[in-house]
Structures are given as structure tokens and as C-alpha cells.
Design a protein around this ligand. Structure first.
Ligand SMILES: Cc1ncc(COP(=O)(O)O)c(C=O)c1O
Length: 326
């Protein structure tokens, strides 16, 4: 398959409409001045996707939920933490498509529902609480088996919708940038289950743009992220009819695990500073699980002179603002 053929295949994948694309690209002049960087700073506003409080999972779900619909499924099952943005986005997609939703959440049932947990309950999702992350996959399989036994047709959406199909949503996102006429030199974004990063890197190869994509880890060491990102990349090549290695995901992979501090969701001094600067200069809201930490990395790179004057640096805002109300 040629790259052109693969691009055509990518763009013709069945999808459901969840909110309006493209998302805007905002120039963040005031934030750039506050950071003191010479490069141009732009923000891809997936946080402002007008569906179910937005965020990066919406792009993935446009394709994954379409597959569920086309297989005649009536229920989406997924997993995550109690405050998972992905689980809320999946419950939103299920509601929009008239499907039921089951979430397997690791953690304790909150005494008072806040943030994403509150939204999940309003969306009508059924939540099963399990003790450990390792209980999530068996938990989803058990729910699927019992729904099947009752005559239902469930579809399991894996963690973060980070499947090759879900990542295609981000490969399409690079096509969106080309269409919008702003192709940055560097993209910085949060990375965890790998689908966003794999999709962005694959998209750069598919749309033949030289942009570097730097994933800022929310919780895992770089080598683990590399493993999941490259596995998703190979799966994308399979689905697009390309030979392994064509998209160069392993070669173009760049990630940084020095910014999550003491752990997932625990603020650092730098993420606090990033959160305040983004809000007070641009009315951009970020969270301490993902986006404030990714932005703190971008700020640290700028201060260390890693971006050249005249370059365009894009902060791909992946959402997470609901976490401010958790
Ligand atoms: C707000 C936000 N940003 C970034 C990510 C990471 O994306 P991915 O799981 O595709 O690596 C997540 C994942 O849950 C998220 O909720």
C-alpha cells in the first residue's frame, strides 16, 4: 500500500460525529511572554471539544464507538480510575449513541460524587469498583460475559481507547493541522496509555510533516510508554495495509518521564506554576494528572533553550479540566 492509499484508508474509516472538528488552534502570546520563550506558542484546543466536556478521548471514540455501532453492539464497557476522563468520555459516547455503559473503576466508591464520577452518574453509567488496576481487565470480561448471557451485545473499549483504531483519531488530527495551515515544529502533549502519542507520530508520517512529537509521561517510565506506543504503531500499519516500520513510530518516538514527580495526579511545584500561568495569562485550564505536568515540561524546555526563536511549538491540550472539580 502506498502512503497515499494509507491516507485515503485512514480518512475513510467509519466514524460517529461526537462534537465539532477541527478544534481551534490558539496563539498563546501572553503565556509565551510569561514563559519568556522566543518560539511561537500555539495551543491545540482539544480541551474545548464541545462534546461531553471534551478532551483527547473524544477523537479516539469517534472511530471506536463507530466500530461498536457497526458490529451491532448495545453496550460499551471500559475501565479507568474513579476520576478517569476516558471513562467519562466513553459514557458520554454511549449516551449519545443510545447504548448502555459499564465502567470498571479501580478505587473506592466516593462518598460524594464529584468531577468525572458525578458526570458518569448523570450519564447513567453503571460503575463497578475494584481494588487494583490489575482487576480491571478481568472485571470488564466478567461484565461482558454476564451481559452476553442475558442476550446483550457488549463491546469492550480497552483502557484509554488506546487501540490502533482509536489512535487513528489522532493520526487524523495531524491531517486536521495540515488543513488548518499550521504545522508546528514540535508538539508537546501528555502521554499515558499511548494512543494519543502513537496516533500523532503516525499522522506525521502519513501526512509527511517533519513535526517532532514529545510525550510527557503522566505515570510510567519512558521504556514502558515506548513499548505501548510502538505496539499501537505496528497495529496501525497492519490496519492501513502498510509494512511494519513504514510509519517510523519507533524511530520518531520521544518521551520524557521526569515531570510526574511523586506520581500520577500528585502536583509538583512546576505543575502548580504551569497551571497558574496558563489560567492567569490565557484562561486555559489544566489538571495535575496530565496537562499541567505536560505544560510544565514545555516551560522547562523553553527555559533551557531547547526551542529555537522562530520555531512553532504546539501544546496539544488533551483536556482533563473536569479533574479540577474532583
Ligand atoms: C487529559 C488527558 N490527557 C492525556 C491523556 C493521555 O492520553 P493517552 O492515554 O492516549 O496516552 C489522558 C488519558 O487518560 C487524559 O485523560
Amino acid at each position: 500500500m502506498s502512503l497515499t492509499g494509507a491516507r485515503d484508508r485512514l480518512l475513510s474509516l467509519p466514524s460517529v460525529e461526537l462534537g465539532t472538528l477541527p478544534t481551534s488552534i490558539d496563539f498563546a502570546w501572553r503565556l509565551r511572554d510569561a514563559i519568556g520563550m522566543g518560539a511561537r506558542l500555539v495551543v491545540k484546543r482539544d480541551d474545548a471539544l464541545p462534546f461531553g466536556f471534551g478532551g483527547n478521548k473524544v477523537r479516539k471514540l469517534t472511530l471506536v464507538a463507530a466500530e461498536a455501532r457497526d458490529q451491532g453492539c448495545d453496550t460499551l464497557i471500559t475501565c479507568g480510575g474513579v476520576q478517569s476522563n476516558h471513562a467519562r468520555a466513553t459514557a458520554s459516547a454511549a449516551a449519545r449513541l443510545g447504548m448502555a455503559c459499564h465502567i470498571v473503576a479501580n478505587g473506592k466508591k466516593p462518598e460524594k460524587f464529584t468531577g468525572n464520577a458525578l458526570l458518569n452518574s448523570l450519564l447513567g453509567a453503571h460503575v463497578t469498583y475494584v481494588a487494583e488496576r490489575t482487576d480491571r481487565i478481568p472485571g470488564m470480561e466478567a461484565i461482558a460475559a454476564s451481559l452476553r448471557a442475558g442476550g446483550k451485545k457488549p463491546y469492550i473499549v480497552p483502557l484509554g481507547a488506546s487501540t490502533p483504531l482509536g489512535a487513528m483519531g489522532f493520526a487524523r488530527g495531524i491531517g486536521e493541522l495540515v488543513y488548518q495551515g499550521i504545522v508546528p515544529d514540535v508538539i508537546v502533549s501528555a502521554s499515558s496509555s499511548g494512543g494519543t502519542q502513537a496516533g500523532l507520530i503516525a499522522g506525521c508520517a502519513l501526512f509527511e510533516v517533519p513535526t517532532r512529537v514529545i510525550g510527557i509521561s503522566a505515570d510510567d517510565p519512558v521504556d514502558e510508554i515506548r513499548k505501548v506506543v510502538t505496539t499501537i504503531g505496528s497495529g496501525m500499519e497492519d490496519q492501513l495495509g502498510l509494512a511494519h516500520g513504514t510509519l517510523g513510530v519507533a524511530d520518531r518516538f520521544e518521551a520524557d518521564d521526569r515531570f510526574f514527580g511523586e506520581g500520577y495526579g500528585i502536583p509538583t511545584d512546576a505543575s502548580r506554576e504551569a497551571q497558574r500561568l496558563a489560567a492567569s495569562t490565557e484562561a486555559l485550564f489544566t489538571d495535575h494528572w496530565y496537562t499541567a505536568k505536560a505544560l510544565s515540561a514545555l516551560i522547562a524546555y523553553a527555559r533551557a533553550g531547547r526551542f529555537k526563536d522562530g520555531e512553532t511549538v504546539m501544546f496539544w491540550h488533551t483536556g482533563g479540566q473536569v479533574g479540577l472539580f474532583a
